[in-house]
Design a protein around this ligand. Structure first.
Ligand SMILES: [Cu+2]
Length: 196
């Protein structure tokens, strides 16, 4: 526990130096000046890339960019945090995740139960394979992949596994549905859109 305040300071210090608006809009602004961001690592990626159909049948491709912009002190995926982007996939579909962190602040990705977003630290992914390597340590300026196949319907989260980030809002809602015939993506207040 003694590490937590130091880690929190490491997370926040570079961002507070940036000249950014107090409440940046979610999702779209790449231009905010966060020191050390390698923009070429996520050139052309938007929040529509959070959920696409995969190349295999019954599979989806998820692209998560941590620190996409300065929203939530950089603790966002493709601009979204606090579960305000909602990915829904049918039960039994394979989920291939590409995780990109263009920033020098460590982040990671892990599939957890939604209720576990309240925990400071999550040791294991809920579904086998559903964590980037060394998710508690995180990854800086690079990318990693993970794949899992949810065999159980329920409310989950694609969260950052770096300690204290999920509880600070670094997570997206991930629903596994027994009823849905196709995946869908809901961004904020907009209606959910089926992914075709
Ligand atoms: Cu994080």
């Amino acid at each position: 526990m003694t590490r937590f305040p130091i880690l929190a300071l490491l997370c926040l210090a570079p961002l507070t130096q940036a000249q950014t608006p107090a409440t940046p809009p979610p999702g779209h602004d790449h231009s905010l000046n966060i020191p050390g961001i390698k923009k070429e690592l996520f050139a052309g990626i938007t929040d529509a890339d959070l959920l696409k159909l995969g190349t295999e049948p019954k599979s989806v491709k998820v692209t998560l960019v941590a620190t996409f912009n300065a929203a939530n002190y950089g603790m966002n995926f493709n601009g979204w945090s606090h579960g305000k982007a909602i990915l829904t996939v049918p039960v039994g579909w394979k989920v291939d995740v590409t995780f990109i962190n263009p920033s020098p602040i460590p982040h990671s990705a892990i599939i957890i139960e939604k209720s576990d977003t309240k925990k400071l630290q999550i040791t294991e992914p809920y579904f086998e394979g559903g964590a980037t390597p060394k998710h508690l340590v995180g990854l800086t300026v690079g990318q990693a992949t993970m794949s899992f196949t949810p065999d159980e319907a329920g409310e989950f989260a694609l969260a950052c596994g770096f300690p204290a980030h999920a509880v600070s809002g670094h997570w997206l809602a991930f629903n596994v549905s027994a009823d849905a015939k196709a995946p869908s993506l809901q961004l904020g207040e907009k209606a959910a859109v089926e992914i075709k």
